[in-house]
Design a binder for this molecule. Structure first.
Ligand code: HGY
Ligand code: MN
Ligand code: MN
Length: 417
């Protein structure tokens, strides 16, 4: 099948899936929200038409298995996430699932020496519960009781959300991958400016940077905005503001470090009340775990100093600490070769964005192909792809499947899941 034809259908499908949103204006699809069910149904129809058996595991992951040439054939996983950030673009995550379906379609019923399981993960962004990678963690046996008990802002736990969706949390261990998995492959938009700056359509990920997510609460004293002199205040929001400027300054002070406060909430949140509490989140990343740990400790120290000086209490909770993860060298070489077969120059690069590949890499060899992000924009409705880049990614994927199907080194790998 022609990659350009498959590409234009893939882009149309990503656009069609944006109608499955929790919001009337803008795309938001969080863990096991009801639009997720519609998304499952639409992708299921494509997977079945491509010859895959489809199921939803008890972590809410959509799974389409396209059998290999013989019943005991190992399998290759190809996937990404179905959930989105608020006011999302149309391609982050979902494009990787749709391209997995397109690669099944490109086989036109032909069977390879390995089966292909297309995965649509239920939660990668961490929007609803503040903790990312819920779906993919189930595949590596890390969707544990602690995570199942995390609650969203409405007091619904992960466990309850799974039950409300009609799934059974006690069956989650069955979602774990078995020892027939050869590798995990993820196609994803770059979400940054590098490939566009280089004028290249595709990149191959060498490593995914590590990330820490914290919640910091400055706890002061509410009071009247009109009668409380400035020197007698314990203003939680002013303390948070001082700290946020520190986050930016420290982030700017180290090459390759990124530090972001993406959320802030003031309590009680009235214009004429001095805030008694300010809750902020910290997202901090670097390709070196040591640099990330040092910067995180420095910023926690700054928060403690600011709280102390202003007569406030400080509460901090670590939502996640994910080490940096290297991608599989053999698969990365194979991807580089497949990109060259498309007459493009492969660019090896780190991924500043986190991906499910960093979770699957705990159990199986994992690798990623990045597609150019026009304008470097993502996590915004302006996120887009070039149709010719999507065609190039599919051509690369089709070359890659042929290379792996003809590689004794790949086919005889011991599956270590
Ligand atoms: O935040 C990230 O790195 C990704 O978009 N989940
Ligand atoms: Mn994202
Ligand atoms: Mn993503």
């Amino acid at each position: 099948m022609n990659p350009a034809t498959l590409a234009s259908e893939a882009i149309a499908r990503c656009q069609r899936l944006t109608r499955f949103s929790e919001d009337a204006n803008g795309l938001r699809r969080t863990f096991l929200s009801s639009p997720t069910r519609d998304c499952h149904a639409e992708i299921t129809s494509w997977l079945k038409a491509a010859g895959a058996e489809v199921s939803v595991d008890d972590a809410g992951n959509l799974r389409g298995f396209y059998p290999g040439a013989h019943s005991r054939a190992p399998r290759l996983l190809i996937g990404s996430h179905l959930d989105t950030v608020p006011n999302a673009g149309a391609y982050d995550g979902i494009l990787g699932v749709v391209l997995g379906v397109a690669l099944l379609e490109s086989l036109e019923g032909r069977k390879l020496p390995f089966g292909i399981e297309v995965l649509g993960f239920s939660e990668e962004e961490g929007v609803r519960f503040g903790v990312p990678f819920i779906g993919s963690r189930a595949l590596v046996g890390r969707l544990d009781a602690e995570l199942l008990n995390v609650r969203d802002l409405n007091g619904i736990s992960v466990r309850m959300a799974i039950e409300n969706f009609g799934l059974n949390p006690t069956e989650i261990p069955n979602a774990a991958i078995k020892n027939d998995v050869l590798a995990y492959l993820e196609f994803h938009i770059e979400q940054g400016p590098v490939l566009e700056t280089l004028g290249q359509p595709l990149g191959v990920v060498e490593a995914i940077v590590g990330q820490t997510r914290l919640e910091i609460r400055f706890i002061g004293q509410a009071n009247h905005a009109g009668t409380t002199p400035m020197n007698l205040r314990h203003d939680a929001l002013a303390a948070a503001a001082e700290w946020i400027v520190e986050v930016e300054r420290i982030g700017q002070g180290e090459a390759g470090l990124v530090a972001t406060v993406g959320q802030i909430e003031a309590v009680p949140g009235a214009s004429n009340v001095i805030a008694s509490e300010a809750r902020v989140t910290l997202d901090i990343r670097h390709k070196s775990d040591d640099v990330r740990y040092r910067a995180t400790d420095l910023l926690i120290g700054r928060a403690e100093e600011i709280a102390e000086r202003r007569g406030l209490l400080l509460r901090k909770s670590r939502l996640m600490s994910q080490p940096a993860v290297a991608m599989d060298p053999f698969l990365t070489d194979q991807i580089e070769r497949a990109i060259r077969s498309t007459n493009s120059l492969p660019h090896r690069m780190p991924s500043g964005a986190g991906h499910d590949a960093m979770i699957l890499a705990e159990k199986v060899p994992a690798a990623m192909v990045l597609l150019r992000s026009p304008g470097g924009i993502s996590h915004d409705p302006a996120e887009s792809v070039n149709p010719q880049d999507v065609a190039c990614a599919l051509e690369c994927g089709m070359h890659l499947l042929e290379q792996l199907a003809g590689s004794p080194e790949f086919l005889t790998r011991t599956c270590r899941a």
